[in-house]
Write a new protein. Structure first.
Length: 244
């Protein structure tokens, strides 16, 4: 996984960067993106989705909840770092507090004790930090295996990966790959219940939802338009960080 992420980052500079996304055209690379989307869709249909369905069928709900809590707790560390980079000390204190509570009382994050105590979870990543710093999103970009992104968010993939505690845990390389694979499978399983929301052209649907959701995250929940009005609360639960 580490080699795949690094390879993707190294290849990004060879894209036609002279194409600049305007406010009216956020997808100037649509032809290339559709081809990559098609490849990802095939991989999802014949690999990721069947594995995710098997994961849901084999593991009881309480086990899957524990897995989700574990990875969510790991995410508090990069969130804390990005809170600090965005000059949000209060949010950084909340995220670090959640990590300490869930890592101890919550048994390594398997139980979300912090949420039970009323300490609300939020998420920040380097792409959001760059946006807060004024870096433009650039063109919409579909990345092989990883799915929807933007040029700005794609350049933050490797640094985000380096923020993960899994990289610094006293485990073997094979074990770290296993943890990353479990994370991807769990993310894909979370999307199974959202598939009924997909309408029309799947490529356009994924693109528009991703861009809208990223703007929602960057603005800390402030929605600038009514794109998601027809999707209700389910829209906010969609996770397009990975294609599968």
């Amino acid at each position: 996984m580490k080699k795949v992420v690094l390879l993707i980052v190294l290849l990004l500079p060879f894209l036609p960067l002279k194409v600049v996304a305007s406010d009216d055209n956020k997808d100037p690379w649509e032809g290339l993106n559709r081809n990559i989307h098609g490849f990802n869709d095939v991989m999802d249909t014949y690999l990721a989705r069947p594995v995710a369905k098997a994961y849901r069928a084999v593991l009881p709900r309480f086990v899957r909840t524990g897995v989700g809590n574990f990875f969510s707790n790991l995410g508090e560390v990069p969130t804390t770092i990005n809170d600090l980079l965005q000059a949000k000390p209060g949010d950084a204190l909340t995220s670090s507090g959640r990590f300490v509570i869930n890592s101890t009382v919550g048994v390594l994050g398997l139980f979300d004790v912090a949420s039970w105590a009323g300490i609300k979870e939020h998420r920040e990543d380097l792409g959001q930090t760059l946006a807060v710093w004024g870096v433009s999103s650039g063109p919409y970009l579909v990345i092989p295996f990883l799915g929807p992104s933007t040029l700005r968010d794609s350049l933050s993939i490797y640094p985000n990966y380096q923020f993960s505690l899994v990289n610094y845990a006293p485990i073997t390389t094979e074990e770290s790959y296993g943890i990353l694979a479990l994370d991807l499978i769990h993310r894909r399983h979370n999307l199974l219940s959202q598939e009924a929301l997909i309408q029309g052209d799947k490529y356009i649907f994924y693109r528009d939802v991703y861009l809208q959701n990223r703007q929602y995250e960057i603005n800390d929940g402030v929605v600038e338009d009514s794109f998601d009005a027809g999707f209700g609360d389910d829209f906010d639960d969609l996770d397009f960080d990975d294609d599968f």
